[in-house]
Each structure stands twice: as C-alpha cells, then as structure tokens.
Design a protein around this ligand. Structure first.
Ligand code: ANZ
Length: 805
C-alpha cells in the first residue's frame, strides 16, 4: 500500500545523508537553475512559492539526469521590514525571529523534496554575506555612482522611512507605501543615492537579447523611459540686462511654430525671479495647493488643468513673438528640463491647458481637426512649411543650433535610486563621517550592532542613532560617526545569485574580487533559467541587472546580463478564484496538504493545474484526483513486480509507447509545458493498467525515471521496488525512435465544405502527397471531374477541403 509519509521521510533522509544534490563538478555541461529566494516571513511558504520552486526543480532534476552539472541553490532574503516591525512591536531582536522563520522555511522546502544544494545556502543578513554587499557599495562610491544628496524623497511617516519610487503605489490617486498602505509625502532629506541613471542606456540595450517575456521587457523599457528630443533655449524678454534664459525639453521640435505659451513647473528655480509683483500672491497660493498633489494627479490627461500666468514673456527664437510664461503642475520638475513649450494645436495636455485658460491655439500641421497629434505637412511654419515631421525637426534644429539656441537631449523617466532607509534591520553603510561630514570608506566589515530595543529615532535618522557606543568612533584622537541609516532590502537581492557561486561547503565565501571567483563565474554565469513572480518585473530585476552590469564593468563577472532566460509563474488563486489573502480566508497552507496528500501529489498537482505562466485557481478536488493517480502508479508497479513480468511475452506496442512517452516528456519539459508532460504520463499509466503482464521491468524503470522530476519521492521508491539504484545514479532514458510504431491517420475530405470521403495517410507525407493522393480516390475524383479546383484548404492532419467551380 502506498504510504506517502513513510516513503517521503525515507528518501528525504537518504538525500540529505548522501548529499544527493551537491553541485556537480564533472561535466563540461553546466546548468544554473535559479529561484527567486524567499523573504522568510513568519507565515511560511505559500503555494505560489511552491509553484515556481517545483518548476525549477523539475528542470534541475532533468538536467542532472541528462549529464549536466547543476547549480540549484536556495537562500534567504532576510533583511526587511516585517522582521523589524515585529521586533519593534514585541521588543525582540529581529535576528532570532528571522532565524526561526528560516528554519521553518527550510523544513518546508525539504518536505517538498526540492533538490537544493544546501551547502550553497546564503543569508543576506549574515555578515559573511553582507561584507560583500558593502564591498560593492564601496566600489560604486569609488566610481562616483554613490553619493549623498539632499533631495526630495518619498517620506512615509507610517513606516518611519524613505521609500524608493518603486516601493510606492497609487491608490485612488493617493501615494501609499507598497507595504502597509501608509501615505507617502515628498520631503527634502540627505540620502545615499545610487546613480542607476548612468546605466540607463546599458540597461536598455541589455534587454534586447534576453529570453524574457516581451511584456516584462516592455515594463522595464517604460520604466527607464528613454526619449530622444531637444532642448530649446528661450530668452526672457523682461530681463535683457540679466540675460535670463529658460530651457524647454521637447520631443516635437517640429511644432515650435505652434507654441503659444511656455509652461514651467511649480518647482522651477526661475519661477520666483520671473514672477512679476502683480502675480506674486496668486502664485504663492498656487504653490501651496500643488504641494498636496502627487505626480499622477498632476499629469493625468483627464484631470482639470490648473495654473497661473507669471507676468513674464519669452522671445520666440524664430519669430521673435512674445510668448507668455505660465506655471502649471502638469509640468514636472523631475523630467526633461522642468519646462515645456506649449503647443495646444498638436498636444493633448497643452490643448486642455489652452482651452481652460483661453490661450491661442495655432494650427501648424495640415489636418481636419485640432488637436491633431500625428505627423503631416507643416503649414504656418515659415522655414518648415511643406515638410513632414522629420524634415521639419532637422531644418528647425539646424537654424536654432546655428544661434546656439538648441541642443539634442535624451531624457529618461528613470530616477536615481534612493538607497538609505531609516531602519535598523539592514546592511549598515561601510562609511564613517568626520565632524565636517567628510566621507571615509571603512575597509573592514561594518557589522550591524545588536540593539535591545529598536525604536525609530525621529524623521531623518534610523534607530541606529540611538546606539551611541556604535555610532561614535574615535581614531587617533579624531572623532567620526557612522551612518544612522541602513541599505534597502533590495541591496542583498541585487547580487545574491553570485553569492551562491562563492559559497563554500565550510560556510565561507570565496572573495568576490578574487581570481578564484572569476573562474567560478566563468563556469556558471549567466543563470540559465530564473523563475519567479511577476511582481519583480521592475524592482528586483532592474536593480540586479544594474549591479551586475556594474560588476561586469569592474571586470568581476564575465557576462553583461545575469539572467538569460526568465519565466514569470502565474498566480495561484484561492478556490474562489480570488487572489489568496488572509482577510478573504482563502489561503491554502501547503503544510496541511503535505501531510494529508503527500509532497509528490502537491508537486504534480501544482504543475498539472495549467500552463506555468497562467493564473489558475486552487481545487482540492483536483488535488485528490492527482493523489489517486500517484497511488495508482504505485499499485501498477506493485502488481507487475509481484509476479506479472513475463519474459516470454514480447509486446511491441508497449515498447513503442514508452519510447514515444520519452520523446514527449523530454520535449515538454524542455518547453516548460509540465502539465502536458504529466497528461502524457497519465495516458501511459492508463495503458499499463490494460496489460496483464509485461515482458521486462525495463519499461517500468524508464517510466520511474521520467516521473522522477515531478514526483521524486515516489520515483525513488519505484526504483527501489525494481531493485534499481537511486535516481542520482541513473540517467535520463534514451528514446529509440525506430521502435515507435507509426499509426496511419484518417483525414476527412470535403468538396465545397461537404464531407465526401476520407483518406488514410502516414505522418511523414508532405502536404502535396496528401493532396495528390486524395484527388485519386474514386469518391473524390467523381466530384472533381469537370470542375476547376479554385482553392485547396488543408489543416494539418485534420481536414482537407477542395473548393471547386
Ligand atoms: C512640445 C510638444 C508638442 C510636445 C507636441 C509634445 C507634442 P515623452 O515622449 O514622454 O518624453 N514635456 C517635456 N518635459 C515635461 C515635463 N517636465 N513635464 C511634463 N511634460 C513635459 O514626452 C515629451 C513631451 O512631454 C515633450 O514634447 C513636452 O511636450 C512634454 F505636439 O514639447 B512636447
């Protein structure tokens, strides 16, 4: 009788004792199969983790059986807010809490039979790990990519910290923190900033060759938001003596003859200077109003436009017309130059703005109706008349450039990465400040001090500010202090996939900047397959690509990109079709099902639910069905092994079927179509139940190995029943295609859509052969006689239709 608990326990023990999944080191074929490592929350693993982790595990096991050295590691993204909040709430240290959660996660992963090499386990909160996170930071600092800046940051009072743009959501037009849904406001603060913008082009270009979902690449492109355009410089008329100039950024230089206003951002540094006395009060009231709005509210197309005239005029560089300068919050200071040339005739937002404030609307491109946003023949445009967009841009740019009034410019939506968090549970910065706030890099590890009681320490510094003994350092009589902030959670996850490669069985790490590291990276990088949730489309995946590209530029790693192929697993929804959440009470706990149904059933079920990338709803009924299939496999083996193998009884059909199955399972694993691979195996087991005897156990052995990536515990037990060696000593079965019996295929033949006959064909016939043979059939020839065939419609092995006249 199939007893999953006994079987699973037995093989779990065997694998651990034998280090069955140790990273291989004998083959010149290498495969690096990576999961997005989990944040070890107090809740334990959820079924979504298991979906992605089962998928990579199937590939890892398949690759091993195919003679690859496989690196399939796991670790813990263990710094982070929940542990910190828990610690604050309970007055505990986040470290033991985190370690306890990790132990629980590890137990769950082992229960699922994932073939991780636990010697490679990493933990971002381990000083041996984060000394290298700090090292990368220091290298960035040396290269001018990390600096302290006073900037408008996203301040979240509820969390007591600054957040990156990527950590903020818009809910009903209000900015809130992704974690906890607390309101977020803008506030100037001194922060560490990483210049990811310096890598914008490299990050864009690097996307091209990646085997990633196109939609995900597009998300990253949009996030980087590269626009090629022009800066136009406008002299301000009232300021001849001061020679004030204002720059606008435009992607439509061709429309410059349609400009009827200049609109600047409320944060523009020239605003005060150019506002005339008459408009002063209006504008200072307006600025107060604007402070309360967020970016989305400001720039949405359908939001009512607001703004004020400043009282000043700019001189049109080509026509010398006086152009009124307005201020409006639909212009953002953080993009382009913080000022736009307003072309109401040919831009939607400018049109709405002009309508609201009665500005002139000029038509400068041939069209029926304004606003017209497309390309066309330019009119009312003096030197650009008769030209299209490209021609007009060129001729206008040459004219302006000659007078030094325009430049080419590329703008990015991407902002630099704010890298300070006012928290405790993170990597400390490896720096010291002297009393003049000069920065010194610390050569050694800067270890996070233990604190008894984590308390936020106000608005500009983190809880570390409370630890005076750690904060203040005296070296050779000179006083220094540490940074009160720590790094964001994204730091460790930006390079952890390299840390696995550096991790040694004795727990040490080979130095990231050593020649040994370089050699190992050359062996293992890039990651061949990375599977994880869609929620990391821009955050983690952009940061990790940035750090990796930086390490490439330093000569540390040998590839420009870290992750060659990436798959986003689909969401597993609750039984009610809704996203699982505590509040809906539809969360499925894997622990319960491992006990009741077994890990193998759970693995196979999650892979059988549907295509990996699609979202699907949980159904315990279907899980029961899978459990019955798993049990059936066990029973089939037991039946044959107990005396129903008859060597005198050859069966070509069985041999054909298993060889066909080997082809199908291999192909569908390669294509990550695991649900299809499983259904093929189901068809085969149904066939097996129809047999009284089989000629040898060889077929059973082959089947057990095919099953092993999906249901590894059962597969080990089946091999054991057959007296065969465990999986780690086996190889993937070879499909002997000469043994596959090809059955003829029937196709219906239609004449003008009416079925008139049918034909039996062989799968290797060409389309021409099929059509020619069909025409010769009596029942077809009869109908075709005396008619002209105007069209032949043939759908692969399904239908053949002659259209005749
Ligand atoms: C004149 C113009 C005429 C524009 C026209 C568009 C159409 P993308 O493509 O997203 O880069 N713009 C420039 N800086 C801005 C800022 N700080 N805040 C808000 N809008 C700004 O958009 C570039 C266009 O967005 C620029 O081209 C500018 O409007 C506006 F028929 O200039 B355009």
């Amino acid at each position: 009788m199939y007893k999953h608990n006994e079987i699973e326990q037995k093989w779990r023990k065997f694998w651990a004792e034998n280090k069955s999944f140790a990273t291989g080191n004998n083959s010149n074929k290498k495969a690096y199969i990576l999961d997005m490592f989990p944040y070890p929350s107090g809740m334990g693993l959820h079924v979504g983790h298991l979906e992605g982790y089962t998928a990579t595990d199937i590939i890892a096991r398949y690759k091993r059986l195919n003679g690859f050295d496989v690196l399939h590691p796991i670790g813990w993204d263990a710094f982070g807010l929940p542990a910190e909040q828990y610690a604050i709430k309970t007055g505990n240290d986040p470290e033991p809490f985190t370690l306890k959660n990790i132990a629980n996660f590890r137990r769950q992963l082992q229960a699922m039979g994932f073939s991780y090499d636990y010697d490679k386990e990493v933990n971002t909160t381990d000083p041996k790990f984060y000394i290298w996170t700090q090292w990368i930071f220091k290298e960035m600092y040396k290269q001018g990519l990390a600096s302290i800046e006073e900037i408008d940051v996203n301040w979240c009072e509820g969390l007591g910290t600054v957040l990156a743009n990527e950590e903020i959501l818009e809910k009903n037009g209000i900015k809130v923190s992704e974690r906890g849904n607390f309101p977020v406001v803008k506030k100037p603060m001194k922060q560490w900033v990483l210049k990811i913008t310096a890598y914008a082009d490299k990050l864009l270009e690097g996307l091209e060759d990646l085997d990633w979902p196109e939609s995900l690449k597009q998300l990253q492109r949009n996030w980087i938001g590269r626009s090629k355009g022009h800066i136009v410089k406008w002299n301000i008329s009232s300021s001849e003596q001061q020679k004030l100039q204002l720059s606008t950024f435009t992607t439509r230089l061709d429309t410059i003859y349609g400009v009827t206003a200049i609109v600047i951002s409320p944060e523009h540094p020239l605003l005060q200077k150019i506002t005339t006395a008459k408009y002063h009060d209006d504008i200072s009231n307006y600025l107060k109003e604007v402070k309360l709005k967020n970016e989305l509210e400001r720039t949405s197309l359908n939001k009512d436009k607001t703004g004020y005239f400043t009282g000043s005029y700019a001189i049109h560089p080509l026509t010398n017309e006086l152009i009124p300068i307005w201020v409006s919050d639909y212009v953002l200071m953080s993009y382009g130059s913080g000022a736009v040339m307003c072309v109401p005739g040919h831009d939607q937002r400018d049109y709405e703005f002009a309508k609201k404030f009665d500005l002139r609307i000029k038509k400068i491109i041939e069209c029926d109706e304004l606003p017209f946003l497309g390309d066309g023949i330019h009119i009312n445009s003096d030197i650009a008349n008769g030209l299209d967009n490209a021609g007009a841009v060129k001729c206008i740019f040459n004219e302006l450039k000659a007078n030094n009034l325009a430049d080419e410019k590329v703008s990015y939506k991407l902002r630099d990465w704010i890298f300070s968090r006012q928290r405790y549970w993170g990597e400390p910065f490896p720096v010291l400040f002297d009393e003049e706030n000069n920065i010194y890099l610390v050569k050694e590890l800067v270890e996070l001090p233990k604190i008894k009681n984590i308390k936020p320490s106000g608005t500009t510094s983190g809880p570390l500010a409370n630890v005076e003994s750690w904060m203040n350092v005296e070296i050779n009589g000179k006083k220094y202090h540490h940074d009160t902030n720590v790094m964001p959670q994204w730091a460790g996850s930006s390079w952890y996939y390299l840390a696995y490669i550096l991790k040694n069985p004795d727990g040490s790490y080979t130095p990231l900047n050593s020649s040994e590291a370089k050699k190992r990276f050359e062996e293992w990088m890039p990651v061949d397959l990375y599977i994880g949730g869609q929620e990391h489309a821009v955050l983690h995946l952009l940061y990790a690509r940035f750090w990796h590209r930086f390490l490439f530029d330093l000569g540390i790693v040998n590839t420009k990109e870290p992750f060659t192929k990436l798959i986003n697993q689909g969401l597993i929804m609750g039984p009610d079709g809704q996203k699982m959440s505590k509040s809906l009470g539809n969360v499925i706990n894997p622990d319960d099902f491992i006990l009741s149904h077994g890990a193998d059933s759970l693995r196979v079920y999650e892979m059988f639910m549907g295509p990996l990338v699609e979202s699907k709803s949980w159904s315990t009924d279907s899980l029961n069905g899978i459990r019955r299939w798993i049990e059936k496999i066990y029973n089939i083996f037991e039946y044959f092994v107990k005396g129903n193998i008859d060597i005198n009884n050859s069966n070509n059909e069985l041999i054909s079927n298993i060889n066909k199955l080997i082809l199908e399972v291999s192909e569908n694993i390669e294509k990550t179509k695991f649900n299809i691979a499983i259904s093929k195996m189901m068809v085969f087991t149904n066939y097996l139940t129809s047999l009284k005897t089989i000629p040898s156990s060889f077929v059973l052995k082959q089947f057990a190995i095919l099953l092993s990536p999906f249901a590894p515990f059962l597969a080990e037990e089946l091999l054991f029943m057959l007296n065969e060696k465990p999986i780690q000593y086996q190889t993937w079965p070879y499909a002997d295609e000469t043994k596959i019996i090809i059955k003829n295929i029937q196709i219906g033949i239609q004449i003008n859509g009416k079925v008139r006959s049918q034909i039996e064909i062989l799968p290797n016939w060409s389309n021409e052969e099929i059509i020619e043979n069909a025409k010769k059939l009596d029942n077809v020839a009869k109908w075709l006689q005396g008619h002209e065939i105007v069209k032949v419609i043939y759908k692969d092995f399904k239908i053949l239709n002659f259209i005749i006249k």
